[in-house]
Each structure stands twice: as C-alpha cells, then as structure tokens.
Write a protein that binds this ligand. Structure first.
Ligand SMILES: [Zn+2]
Ligand SMILES: [Zn+2]
Length: 188
C-alpha cells in the first residue's frame, strides 16, 4: 500500500488538513506505508496530500480534535507531516488511479500531473496540446455550430458566437467546438 486512507466520515480531513498543513504540525493517520513518502487518500474522493512519515506506532487511537466519532480500538497509526496539500488536484478525481497504480506512477501524477484534465495527459503532453491549439487563437471560427454537440452558439450569443468557438486538435481530427465541449474533450 502506498496510500494512507482516511474516511472523511470518521475524521474531518477537509478541516484538519489545511490547519495541520499551515501549522506544519504532524498528526496521526491510521495505517502505514512502505514507500518513501505517503499519499493521503480521502475514501470516496481521491488523493489530496503527500506526507512524510515520521514514525509508525501500534497504539490506541491518538487524540485529535478532528475525529468525528469515539473509538478506543487499538491499531497501527502513522505520524505524518504534510509536504503538499491540494484539494483541487486531478488525483482527487475518482478513476485517475486505482488499486494497482504503483508508487512511482502516483508520484509522477502527483508531481507532474498538476492541472492536467485526465490521466491520458502528462503535464508536457497537455502543455504541448494547448500550445498547438493556441496557434489558432487569433483565427475567428468560420462556423458557430459546435462539431461535437451541434449547438449553434449564435442562438445565444449572436455575432459574438464566432469568437467563442474554440479549435480542438486530436491526433487525427481538427474541429471547431464550443468551449464546454472543448473542456469535456480534454477530460476524456
Ligand atoms: Zn459543443
Ligand atoms: Zn483541445
């Protein structure tokens, strides 16, 4: 396991992590990892943080004001210090990684995957894609009909519609699409 998993229903991680990150104070998370750093996953959401593990203990649950329910059970707990926290990281989306994703891949996605829309992109591939499309930014679209959803933007925006259309390039296809579809195409 390369992740420490927190159930946000049992521990108020949304409140706790920003505070502990800002204060640079270590805190305990249930479980342990065998990797150089630990990724912290909120169950049902995704990875929100990378942490250094300071020590691992088998103990009764350590006190922490962010636990949402009482427990006296004994377990394995890692004392962690947050290295990075991001509640908007792409790895926060389900489906961007799975049980089989190894540490090196997670580390790369965490470090380089910043703001890429889906797992098919590396940061450099996504930046290259946007750079290619940016070359067409000055061009005004010859059409106001989205090649993807068939919406005619001129129905809503009149003469502005041509300038709202965006140029999307896929390996084999080039098309004029509406901004929403363009965003959606990048998420695929
Ligand atoms: Zn569209
Ligand atoms: Zn595009």
């Amino acid at each position: 396991m390369n992740r420490l998993r927190i159930d946000p229903g049992a521990f108020d991680a949304w409140s706790a992590l920003p505070v502990y990150f800002q204060e640079q104070s270590p805190f305990y998370v249930e479980g342990d990892v065998a990797t150089p750093t630990a990724f912290i996953e909120l169950i049902g959401h995704g990875i929100v943080a990378e942490a250094e593990v300071l020590l691992v203990e088998t103990t009764q649950r350590p006190d922490d004001r962010y636990w949402l329910e009482p427990s006296v059970a004994t377990g394995v707990y890692s004392l962690v210090d947050l290295l990075a926290l991001d509640f908007h990281h792409p790895l926060l989306r389900l489906g961007t990684y799975d049980e089989a994703t190894d540490y090196d891949t997670l580390k790369r996605l965490w470090d380089e995957g910043y703001r890429v829309p889906s797992r098919r992109w590396s940061r450099s591939a996504y930046e290259a894609h946007l750079a290619r499309e940016r070359q067409f930014e000055h061009r005004v679209s010859p059409t106001t009909v989205c090649a993807y959803c068939a919406l005619d933007l001129s129905d809503f925006y009149g003469p502005l519609a041509n300038r709202l259309m965006e140029y999307h390039i896929d390996a084999d296809e080039e098309m004029w699409v509406c901004p929403t579809c363009h965003k959606a195409l990048h998420y695929k």
